[in-house]
Ligand binder design. Structure first.
Ligand SMILES: [Zn+2]
Length: 300
């Protein structure tokens, strides 16, 4: 019994952030979260309600998780905000713009869709510490990041995307449409989360006594992020193609994810009524997390 406990402690000796300093980290998280949220509103990366959600999330991630959790979330948030900003400056966006359900600043439901599962995993890990939570989190964030990078960079593809449902070319921005550029971006975005998480773990262990960074399973963590992220992003495209709700504009006839177009209400075209873009994101990031967790179980 005792040996088992010691073994499990040693096997997770690279896990940082014990729960004894939650109150201090909550204060740091509140200050940091509010600061980042204010900056994001100023740069139009978040709506006001989105910023409140993000500040709460930053508080939770920092208090219950710490460096790796908060840092990985920030790696996603900063890179995808910068990509959106950069893409906004590209002219070609105009056509894809009107097709997306949401554009520009991220709102509260997008913030919860992107970071909600991660927060739950983070709290789970604070209550019952185990490396499996972190793997699942890395898979979730890799899927979210992969999908965001794919969406932002894929829409700049010279060739229009091909629908994985029909095999035909579809307008840029169509859910379930894939491009080579988008697929490459999904792989890079997934990999980036694995590298960021591993890097943060190494940095964190450097100043924690009794933790050796050589124990950190860097390779399997990056592999879990890559496989989980790519699979999650692909699943996102599948859901986008087959079950995500799509409408047709009653004025101009364009297919759209939005609930209004040309200032008029839209008509349902296909998909499940409740399966909007946020629901698709939640489902596919869950798949990414489950796969990354599965990989940690196979390795461990
Ligand atoms: Zn229209």
């Amino acid at each position: 019994m005792m040996n088992g406990i010691i073994d499990s402690m040693q096997s997770s000796a690279w896990l940082l952030d014990d729960s004894s300093d939650i109150p201090i980290r909550a204060v740091i998280g509140a200050i940091g979260g509010i600061g980042i949220a204010r900056m994001a509103v100023r740069h139009r990366a978040l709506t006001k309600r989105g910023a409140i959600a993000a500040a709460l999330m930053g508080l939770g991630y920092t208090a219950f998780g710490g460096l790796v959790w908060m840092g990985t979330l920030l790696a996603f948030f900063t890179t995808s905000s910068l990509l959106s900003r950069w893409k906004r400056k590209q002219h070609r966006k105009a056509a894809a713009e009107s097709l997306y359900e949401k554009t520009g600043a991220r709102d509260a439901s997008q913030v919860w869709a992107n970071g909600g599962i991660g927060l739950a995993l983070c709290i789970g890990n604070a209550l019952f510490p185990h490396e499996g939570w972190l793997y699942a989190f890395i898979g979730v964030m890799a899927a979210v990041n992969g999908d965001t990078w794919a969406t932002e960079l894929g829409s700049l593809s010279r060739k229009p995307p091909v629908s994985i449902r029909t095999g035909r070319r579809v307008p840029p921005g169509t859910s379930g449409g894939i491009t080579a550029a988008g697929s490459f971006a999904a792989a890079a975005g997934s990999l980036a989360i694995g590298v960021a998480a591993a890097g943060l773990l190494i940095v964190g262990t450097a100043w924690q006594e009794g933790h050796a960074w050589s124990n950190i399973p860097i390779g399997s963590m990056i592999a879990a992020a890559f496989i989980g992220g790519v699979a999650g992003t692909f699943f996102d495209s599948l859901l986008g193609a087959y079950v995500q709700v799509m409408f047709r504009c009653s004025v101009c006839g364009t297919e759209t994810e939005r609930s209004s177009h040309c200032g008029a209400p839209v008509q349902p075209l296909r998909g499940w009524n409740r399966m909007n873009n946020d629901a698709v994101n939640i489902a596919s990031s869950f798949v990414g997390g489950a796969i990354a967790w599965g990989i940690s179980q196979l390795i461990g």
